[in-house]
Ligand binder design. Structure first.
Ligand SMILES: *[C@@H]1O[C@H](CO)[C@@H](O)[C@H](O)[C@H]1NC(C)=O
Ligand SMILES: *[C@@H]1O[C@H](CO)[C@@H](O)[C@H](O)[C@H]1NC(C)=O
Ligand SMILES: *[C@@H]1O[C@H](CO)[C@@H](O)[C@H](O)[C@H]1NC(C)=O
Ligand SMILES: *[C@@H]1O[C@H](CO)[C@@H](O)[C@H](O)[C@H]1NC(C)=O
Length: 458
C-alpha cells in the first residue's frame, strides 16, 4: 500500500514537472502591455533563425544595392529597412520620397520606420512613408549632401524606456551598421515638440549634420540617397556579434558620456561633497506620481537606507527633466534603487561598477530581466534583483494571498494574459517592502557601493 502510494506521488510529481516545462515552453513569455510585455517564446525562435540568417547573408538591402533604386528588407520581425540607392526628393507634406527613373515601370513601397513591427496595435499609429520611382519628381528646395536616415519618434515616445528601446539604441545600432563614418542626416517624423530639444545633446553625437524634423516642415529636401527604418536587436539589446564594428553597451555608454560630459563635470563638483567621512550616495527612483508600482512605505524605506549608511537622493524624473542633470546625478552616485519602471532606464547613466537594485513586483520577472537586468550586466554594474514576496504586494489586499493572480502569475499568462490582467500587475500593484528582508539587500548594496566609492576616489 505504502509503495503504491509513493509510486503514485512520484508519478504525480513527474506529471507536474512535465506540465511546468510545457507551460514554460509555450506560455511563460505571453504577456502584454504598452512596454510590450509581449510575445516572446514565439519571437525568440523566429529571431534566432533570422539572426543566423543575417549572419550568413548580409541584409538584402546591401546585397542588391546595384540592382534597383528601391530595396526593402522585410525579413526581420522587429523592423523593416528600406534603401533608396540614388538621388531622391522628400516631400514632407505627403511623406513621400521620389526617385527619378524613366525607364522603369513605376515602383511603390511603404514603410513605417519604427522597430516594433511585431506589435500591430502601436504600428497602426505610425505614419507610413511612401517610396516611389517614376518619371516625375518634385523640385528640390533644400539640398543635403549626405544620405538621410529616416525614423519616427512617434509610437511610445515619451516613456523614457521606450525612447531608448525603440529610439536611441536602435539608432546607435543602425548608425554603426550603415553609417560608421557618421556622415548622414537624421530625418525624424512625428516627434513631439519637446523631443528635439530634450535629446539635442545626444542626437549631436550621432552626426554633425543638423536634424530634419518633419513635424511642421513643408519644404522639399533632397538627398544623395536614403535609408528608412531602424535596426533593432531585441529589447534593449546591443548585440556585439551583429554589428560590423563590434559595438557594445559600453560603447553606447561612452556616447552618453560624451553627450553629457561638460555639464556633468560642473555638476559633479556640486554633488560631490568631500567631508572627511564620505557616505556613498544612493539614488532612489520614486514613482509617487505614477500609476502603480509605488513604494507604499517609502518614508520608512528612506530612513532605512540612511541607517544602513547611504546618503539618499529621491529622484522622480519627468519628461521635462534635463538629461544633463539626471546624467550628472547618476554618474556621480554609487547606487540606484527603484521598482521596475521606465525611470530605471537611467541606470544607463551609472558608472560601471556602481550598484543597481531593481525591485521586481509579482508577475514582472521576465520583463525585469529583459528590460533592465541584461543591460545592467552589459554595463558592468553590480546588479541586484529584489523580487518581492507575496506579502509585500498590494495585490494581496485586493485579491487575497491564495488567489491565482497572486500565487501563480504564469497560470494567467498561459491564458494569454489579456490587458486587464496585465494592467493589474503593472498599474494596480504597489509594493510595501519588508524592511527586515530589504535591509539585508541594502547592506550588501552598501558594501559594494562603499568599495566602489573608495576605488573610484569618490
Ligand atoms: C546575439 O547574436 C548571436 C548571434 O546571432 C546570438 O547567438 C545571441 O543569442 C544574441 N544575443 C542576444 C542577447 O540576443
Ligand atoms: C533606372 O533603373 C535602371 C534599372 O533599374 C538602372 O539601370 C538605371 O540606371 C536607372 N536610371 C536612373 C536615371 O536612375
Ligand atoms: C501603411 O501602409 C501599409 C502597407 O501598405 C498599410 O497596410 C497600412 O494600412 C498603412 N497605414 C496607414 C496608417 O496608412
Ligand atoms: C562621470 O564620472 C566620471 C568618473 O568619475 C568622470 O570622469 C566624468 O567626467 C563624469 N562625467 C561624464 C560625462 O562621464
Amino acid at each position: 500500500m505504502k509503495v503504491i502510494l509513493t509510486l503514485h506521488l512520484s508519478l504525480i510529481t513527474l506529471h507536474l514537472i512535465f506540465f511546468y516545462f510545457f507551460l514554460k515552453r509555450h506560455f511563460i513569455f505571453l504577456n502584454s502591455f504598452n512596454i510590450c510585455y509581449k510575445p516572446t517564446a514565439e519571437t525568440t525562435r523566429v529571431e534566432s533563425k533570422l539572426i543566423s540568417k543575417q549572419l550568413h547573408h548580409p541584409p538584402k538591402s546591401l546585397e542588391l544595392r546595384l540592382e534597383s533604386p528601391i530595396i526593402c528588407d522585410r525579413t526581420s520581425i522587429r523592423y523593416d529597412l528600406c534603401s533608396i540607392n540614388g538621388p531622391t526628393v522628400l516631400d514632407p507634406t505627403t511623406s513621400t520620397f521620389f526617385t527619378m527613373n524613366s525607364t522603369e515601370t513605376p515602383l511603390v513601397e511603404r514603410i513605417r520606420p519604427y522597430p516594433r513591427k511585431f506589435e500591430d496595435l502601436i504600428m497602426a499609429d505610425i505614419k507610413n512613408f511612401t517610396l516611389t520611382v517614376g518619371p516625375r519628381i518634385p523640385m528640390c528646395r533644400v539640398q543635403h549632401n549626405a544620405p538621410a536616415l529616416v525614423f519616427t519618434a512617434g509610437g511610445y515616445t515619451g516613456n523614457f524606456w521606450h525612447d531608448f528601446n525603440d529610439g536611441f539604441i536602435p539608432l546607435f545600432i543602425t548608425a554603426n551598421t550603415i553609417f560608421p563614418d557618421q556622415d548622414f542626416v537624421i530625418v525624424v517624423s512625428e516627434a513631439p515638440k519637446w523631443w528635439p530639444s530634450k535629446y539635442a545633446d545626444l542626437l549631436r553625437m550621432f552626426t554633425n549634420h543638423p536634424i530634419v524634423n518633419l513635424g511642421s516642415d513643408t519644404t522639399t529636401h533632397c538627398f544623395p540617397s536614403a535609408k528608412l527604418g531602424l535596426i533593432s536587436h531585441g529589447f534593449m539589446i546591443i548585440n556585439q556579434t551583429l554589428i560590423p564594428n563590434s559595438k557594445t553597451y559600453m560603447n553606447f555608454r561612452e556616447l552618453l558620456g560624451k553627450a553629457y560630459n561638460q555639464l556633468a563635470q560642473i555638476q559633479t563638483k556640486i554633488f560631490t561633497s568631500k567631508p572627511t567621512n564620505p557616505r556613498p550616495r544612493l539614488v532612489l527612483a520614486s514613482r509617487r506620481q505614477a500609476t502603480g508600482r509605488t513604494i507604499m512605505n517609502q518614508a520608512q524605506v528612506i530612513r532605512l537606507i540612511k541607517k544602513v549608511g547611504f546618503d539618499v537622493v529621491v529622484f522622480e524624473p519627468k519628461t521635462k527633466t534635463s538629461l544633463q542633470e539626471s546624467y550628472a546625478l547618476l554618474n556621480s552616485s554609487h547606487a540606484f534603487v527603484g521598482v521596475h519602471g521606465a525611470a530605471l532606464t537611467h541606470s544607463l547613466f551609472l558608472r560601471p561598477g556602481a550598484v543597481f537594485v531593481q525591485v521586481v513586483p509579482i508577475g514582472i520577472g521576465w520583463a525585469a530581466e529583459a528590460f533592465f537586468g541584461r543591460v545592467a550586466k552589459g554595463l558592468n554594474l553590480e546588479y541586484i534583483e529584489y523580487k518581492i514576496g507575496v506579502e509585500e504586494s498590494s495585490l494581496v489586499d485586493k485579491f487575497g494571498k491564495d488567489s491565482l493572480l497572486v500565487r501563480d502569475p504564469f497560470a494567467l499568462q498561459k491564458r494569454g494574459w489579456p490587458p486587464e490582467v496585465m494592467n493589474t500587475y503593472l498599474k494596480e500593484q504597489n509594493v510595501k517592502l519588508d524592511l527586515v528582508r530589504f535591509k539585508r539587500y541594502l547592506k550588501k548594496a552598501f558594501k559594494k557601493a562603499k568599495r566602489f566609492m573608495d576605488n573610484e576616489g569618490y
